[in-house]
Write a protein that binds this ligand. Structure first.
Ligand code: NDP
Length: 247
């Protein structure tokens, strides 16, 4: 088992890609903490992880609130005594064309996707630096690399997350902490189900592998970056998109 007895924190892990990541890391032997605003769903996912024979805990956390994030990390350390892996997955969209985008839409997306990831990264850095080990994986997006009409807020938040990944990787490398990002393309979740059929069709035509990705496709890359198999990789962004964006 690649992650035997490791402890992983997955933000936004109650459903969608975060849930698939949580289940995959648990199957690889990790104990999992699900931190999500949706406590009821988070508890259900934690129950499924316990069904796999791993320890799990669900915590109600809004990642935009640094005090709450720090409290959550302290709770994890109290219960599990260590924290090996952080998956910064919580993310939202509030799409609108630039000229129509309101301050609230901009702030909400930047707050969750970028500040929320910074908050979690900062809170876990202290125990990881003390341990002299850690794996941090930030879930970005190909939209943070190529941009997308109607997603000024989202693209800026994910581009910022990719840059944050590089800086954190440089700052934490000497403490044996790897920081990497994944940039998924079009993955079938509740987030993408709300897009129009026409837009979904247009996206599919741009995918060389001719199919949408699944949360498990992202989870597989995440397992690699959370494990020792990727020990010599840091500051990188792995694109999981069926070949849409080739950088
Ligand atoms: P979902 O909307 O399906 O799930 C996101 C989860 O995060 C939900 O459980 C949600 O809770 C939770 N969440 C939202 N805001 C917060 C917050 N402030 N604090 C804690 N938890 C929060 O999203 P996906 O699974 O589709 O996406 C997961 C990540 O992958 C995101 O970062 C997204 O940007 C990224 N991504 C997704 C792609 C896709 O095609 N789906 C493509 C590229 C990147 P609630 O249920 O209450 O909303």
């Amino acid at each position: 088992m690649q992650l035997k007895d490791k402890v992983a924190l997955v933000t936004g892990g109650a459903r969608g890609i975060g849930k698939a990541i949580a289940m995959t890391l648990a199957r690889a032997g990790a104990d999992i903490v699900i931190a999500d605003v949706n406590l009821e769903e988070a508890q259900k996912t934690a129950g499924e992880i316990e069904g796999l024979g791993r320890k799990s805990m669900a915590i109600s956390v809004d990642v935009t609130d640094y005090t709450k994030v720090e409290e959550a990390v302290n709770k994890i350390l109290d219960k599990f005594t260590k924290l090996d892996i952080l998956i910064n997955n919580a993310g939202i969209t509030k799409d609108n064309l630039l000229l129509r985008m309101g301050q609230q839409e901009w702030d909400a997306v930047l707050n969750v996707n970028l500040k929320g990831s910074f908050n979690c990264l900062k809170a876990v850095s202290r125990p990881m630096v003390k341990q002299r080990s850690g794996k941090i994986v930030n879930i970005a997006s190909i939209i943070g690399i190529i941009g997308n009409p109607g997603q000024a807020n989202y693209s800026a938040s994910k581009a910022g997350l990719i840059a944050l990944t590089k800086t954190a990787a440089k700052e934490l490398a000497s403490r044996n902490i790897n920081v990497n990002a994944i940039a998924p393309g079009f993955i079938q979740t509740d987030m993408t189900a709300k897009l129009s059929v026409q837009l979904q069709q247009k996206m599919k035509e741009a995918i060389p592998l001719d199919k949408f990705g699944t949360p498990d496709d992202v989870a597989a890359a995440c397992l690699f970056l959370a494990s020792e198999d990727s020990g010599y990789i840091t500051g990188q962004t792995i694109v999981v998109d069926g070949g849409m964006v080739m950088v």
